[in-house]
Write a protein that binds this ligand. Sequence first.
Ligand SMILES: *Cc1c(COP(=O)(O)O)cnc(C)c1O
Length: 370
Amino acid sequence: MDSQKTITVTSPLLPDLEEFHGLLKEIWASKWITNNGSFHKRLEKELADYLKVPYISVFTNGTLPLITALQALRVNGEVITTPYSFVATTHSLWWNGIKPVFVDIDPATCNLDPAKIEAAITPRTTAIMPVHCYGKPCDTKAIQAIADKYGLKVIYDAAHAFGVEVDGESLLNAGDLSTLSFHATKVYNTVEGGALIMHDEQTKKRIDYLKNFGFAGETEVVAPGINSKMDEVRAAYGLLNLKQVDAAIEARRRVAVRYREALRDVPGITFFDDMPGVRHNYSYFPVFVDAEQYGMTRDELYFKMREHNVWGRRYFYPLISTFSTYRGLESATRENLPVATRIAEQVICLPMHHELSEEDVERVLGLIVR
Ligand SMILES: *Cc1c(COP(=O)(O)O)cnc(C)c1O
């Protein structure tokens, strides 16, 4: 075992402790610690401005917005989704009694392949739930065209897509609703947290009811809502992190530039370049290992990195469709999901965060470049 310090795959963006203490004092003085307090309101306003979205509702994590979005749009029956994501995407369907229908991904983006969606639509299909995997935009136009043709809702799991813009417009405005995660491991965090992005005030109102037990007033409950409100402490923390997220994204971009430069000509290693017109957030840096060309399997490389205290992450592996809850579904077979199956066996996300030093980056590269 190597004795060098551990390089982790991610590191949480933390606000300045003194500043946070100042805001905590305000919260203590106000004695208003949750239930749509002033920091909750301010965070929603500042996030909407930063993200260039009309309406946002903040949540206590990134999974409840998925579950709530499906409730808000009364989605049922079957929903078309990707197996190449974090389990929460599919779990949100299961928690709503909806049958997930897996469709394969496009190797150029790791996102749901629009060309394969129509073949999976049945009379029970009510919605599509794509993921902007690694923050790379889905083909939102092609997906919307299919949704319009068949009368389906589109809910984007945009957990990776904080701040991503396409031609100057927020990617989060695509579809009927988009969800975000503000988990500690994401580009922007509120320790735990998340949000729903919507197009109109009426939908925001309904979602605000749903995240507070369905209360529409002191004595009126309009729906079987849940409790997924964000508290004042985390809203204050989130306001401070918003001030430094641009600098964090820029630090990540520099790491991505160096990784690409060093890995460009390594046989058997591929990765993504920036897409034209897209403001990326550099949330992850996945590389794909072709064992034959590289001379080492993905797992061999992954465990070699571990031995040298460099923690990558096989993200996303295994595919959601292989877990016990889902593997019995007709759409969960390897034959239906050849691209996702192959990519899940080739991927390693390299360490990627705002605090990686040049030396750290060279240590990671030294284990891969050959
Ligand atoms: C992180 C993540 C979630 C869940 O978010 P939490 O805040 O951890 O509940 C959902 N979907 C994807 C794609 C994620 O990466």
